[in-house]
Design a protein around this ligand. Structure first.
Ligand code: SF4
Length: 91
């Protein structure tokens, strides 16, 4: 998952860049880490999210990522599914 920061930082960072590397979910192994296609992770309802889904399909922490999205009320594509405030809205 990718988030945009409202800071003076010169580059956008991914959520996985923000999470501690020591986190037991192993975010440092996330397949989306550093992905430059930011909009793909927040699709409009009329858009597919095939790109993000394909990246997630090869991610070693896919299951824990989706669980994290549910547990922490995230929106966007997590674990290959789209969430809205922690509720899966598209598989
Ligand atoms: S499952 Fe998808 S959104 Fe989650 S860390 Fe992996 S690539 Fe990123």
């Amino acid at each position: 998952m990718i988030v945009r920061l409202e800071t003076t930082a010169p580059a956008e960072v991914t959520l996985t860049d923000l999470l501690p590397l020591s986190d037991s979910q192993g975010w440092h192994r996330a397949a989306c880490r550093g992905d430059a296609n930011h909009e793909a992770w927040f699709p409009y309802p009329s858009q597919d999210f095939d790109y993000a889904r394909e990246v997630c399909a090869g991610c070693p922490i896919r299951a824990s990522c989706g669980e994290f999205a549910t547990r922490t009320s995230q929106s966007g594509v997590w674990g290959g599914h789209e969430f809205d405030r922690g509720r899966m809205i598209r598989e």
